[in-house]
Design a binder for this molecule. Structure first.
Ligand code: ZN
Length: 380
């Protein structure tokens, strides 16, 4: 869902982005304001006027969500937590933080900043509405202020529900975390709240669908599913981080399988590819230096009839730096890199010497064993 988002603007160094999925919700919100909310609040306007109010109202919602995420980001930065961007997507907004807050205190303040900002906006827009009401502001204009005030109040209250990864769930986690000094336990409890709340939303959604409110019902169900997905994901990420804590590449790497540069591709396929099933091999002749790398994809691009008369050295390419790690790096970091790049095997290099290979398969095998030993079966 992330990745192809459209960049909007930068404020205080934070890049604001819109995911294409936001367009669906923007259209849905504008439509429901134009044919539902505004005709209900003020009577007797032309349809076109309702649409104008709806567009301004939707922009107000758009601004309100960004403002909420912006304050999460400001406080996160204040506590030294990096924010890579603020993105609007189908279920609202998100301040993307590649790392989790390091202390319960920072988590609490980062989490509460968003709802506090929304409450502040609710108050400001309500005061404008109230002021306009007393001094004869146009009814249509004041109704937009009323709508934006209301939406901010709803944003604040909804986000304070203690279901992780929503803000209220983060506040709950920070409290549990500071009481028992156990981040994993705190995460487990608060993500379980998230799982249950997600289920409640799905149930509410189904009830709505059965009673005829199909769009609203689908919406509740989708948000419920999203919250459950995000809760499970957050917990797994943390469990992985704990299981791999402090583990270095050196302990999980395997001796490398290298191939000589003088053999033919035919020999490479028969003696190495069919035997080890690796997708790439380092090429090494002397003891220490890696000459290059070769992948099964490169071999496959050459016709089969070429294999017996082509040597590995003819088609091997220089190994890319992005494909190697140091022996003292954290396995958790390597796993993150593999996730981001799609690489499943990386060379472990020290002073241009190939020490070993670390593979996704080995990391995952280790993780599974570790988590089973800890009696961790994840979230139910
Ligand atoms: Zn929030």
């Amino acid at each position: 869902m992330f990745g192809k988002s459209i960049k909007l603007f930068k404020v205080f160094g934070f890049q604001f982005k819109v995911d294409p999925s936001w367009i669906i919700i923007a259209a849905l919100v504008t439509w429901s304001l134009a044919v539902g909310f505004f005709p209900h609040v003020i009577e007797g306007l032309q349809p076109l006027d309702y649409w104008k109010l709806a567009i301004v109202g939707a922009l107000g919602l758009f601004f309100s969500i960004l403002f909420h995420e912006f304050w999460h980001s400001m406080v996160a930065r204040r506590f030294g937590v990096e924010v890579s961007g603020i993105t609007l997507f189908i279920f609202g907004g998100v301040a993307e933080m590649p790392q989790e807050p390091k202390t319960p205190k920072s988590e609490f303040w980062i989490a509460i900043a968003g709802p506090a900002a929304s409450l502040f906006l609710a108050l400001v827009f309500y005061l404008i509405y109230d002021f306009g009401f007393r001094f004869g502001m146009d009814e249509a204009v004041s109704s937009v202020f009323m709508y934006v005030a209301l939406i901010n109040l709803i944003l604040a209250i909804f986000n304070l529900i203690p279901a992780f990864p929503m803000d209220g769930g983060r506040i709950l986690r920070s409290a549990l975390w500071s009481i028992k000094k156990d981040q994993r336990w705190a995460t487990k409890i608060s993500t379980n709240f998230g799982m249950v709340f997600g289920l409640v939303l799905i149930g509410l959604g189904l009830l709505n669908i059965l009673t005829g409110n199909i769009v609203g019902g689908l919406w509740y169900s989708l948000i419920g599913m999203f919250i459950r997905y995000a809760a499970r994901n957050s917990y797994q990420q943390l469990a992985v981080k704990h299981a791999l804590a402090g583990e270095q590449v050196r302990t999980l790497m395997k001796p490398p399988v290298t191939i000589p540069s003088s053999i033919s591709l035919q020999e490479m396929v028969e003696d190495y590819v069919y035997r080890y099933h690796h997708k790439f091999f380092p090429v090494q002749d002397g003891k220490d230096r890696v000459e290059g790398c070769i992948t099964t994809k490169q071999v496959g691009e050459l016709g089969k009839e070429e294999w017996p008369r082509t040597q590995v050295r003819e088609i091997m390419i220089p190994c890319s730096v992005s494909n190697s790690v140091g022996p003292d790096e954290d396995v958790a970091d390597v796993l993150r890199t593999m996730n981001a790049t799609g690489l499943s095997r990386m060379m472990v290099m020290e002073n241009e010497r190939l020490l070993g290979i670390i593979s996704l398969k080995d990391i995952l095998g280790y993780l599974t064993a570790r988590m089973e030993l800890q009696g961790d079966r994840g979230l139910e």
